[in-house]
Design a protein around this ligand. Sequence first.
Ligand SMILES: [Zn+2]
Length: 458
Amino acid sequence: MLSASTFIVFIVINLRLCWIRPVYTCVCGPSYSAYKEELFQNVLTQVAEQFSRAFKINELKTEVTNRLAMLEKRVELEGMKVVEIEKCRNDIKNLREEMASRNNSNFLEDNKKLTPRRDVPSYPKYMLSAQTVDALKKPAFDVWLWEANEMLSCLEHMYHDLGLVKDFNINPITLKRWLLCIHDNYKNNPFHNFRHCFCVTQMMYSMICLCSLQEKFTQVDILILMTAAVCHDLDHPGFNNTYQINARTELAVRYNDISPLENHHCAVAFQIFSQPDCNIFSNFDPEAFKQIRQGTITLILATDMARHGEILDSFKQKVDNFDYTDEEHVTCLKMVLIKCCDISNEVRPMEVAEPWVDCLLEEYFMQSDREKAEGLPVAPFMDREKVTKPTAQIGFIKFVLIPMFETVMKLFPQIEEAMVQPLRESRDRYEELKQIDDAMNEVQKKKSENLTMGGKKK
Ligand SMILES: [Zn+2]
């Protein structure tokens, strides 16, 4: 923009040029005075225009400055609004997290999932090949190959194949709807999710086939074993009982710290059965339903690992003189069977089993991180600073899995090759891995010792 002094110089030069130019061009003209007057008028007009422009520029300048000030004020205000909105967003996020941590069970409030999300197709959508049907009966079945709908078809197939649909007159459409509802009520946890439910049920089906359990048990027992496996971790929040109790969650309060999760899984299972659309037991008489309900509850509650010693000891006392006519013996065996299936990942081939260790550790680390953040006690086996894959696995395979499966092997020797042998191999493999880990740690330790020594010498 022109400054005031530049502007005045500009006018003066213009005036001078106007006066000088006519002296050379028009000195010999007829009416010199008239011409001079006209020229003077022109100059005056030009000066007036220049002044007028200068004033306009000043007006414009003031207007622009005012506008800029207004805009700056607006930007400042909008900026404050953005900060406020961001703050509100953070507050909402924190509140959500707080609610999620305090209220791990949103099942009761989230009733939407209880109602079937859609009706099932009346045509066969997922046909299982003869190869799949055959593989499904074996512990080596690759559980990672299947999408949710395919797993649902496999579960459906198991109920048909075991004769449960026929023997108990289960409505096949209700079975489909029930399974869909089961799927919808498993959360997407790293470990305790619908695929885990599928694994446990598929292992139960394998054991029923491998051990010819249909020759030893009644069909009611088979129905209880399968149904308990399907329902055993329903709505698992991804944080174990210890966390529930220490964090005094709604579940721990509701169930008085007694197996809060397992009680919740049972309650959710029977809330689902309470809907006619999903009740596969609708054709049962009240007495039969009572028996199924009691049997299912007993098995799901038996999956609490805090009761592992108690249940296994009780089974060990019965196993040498096992009596299939003794209801207590049979119930105890069923409890051990669901326990075996629940923790049976290491029975599977290494490529199938190993990813589950990562899933479990991911869930454990999520818990221990939260426990640290909330100032709660942290179990060393869940602490990302302390645990490694081999250390996590060796103790569990040696002291929990092998002793339990070897006890079951006394009743069913046929599981040795298909189930116990893979466990022993898995133990050996993790022991080798641990040796490698230890050797590498030793080298690392020596390296850092040498570095420290070198530093001291200097
Ligand atoms: Zn489980």
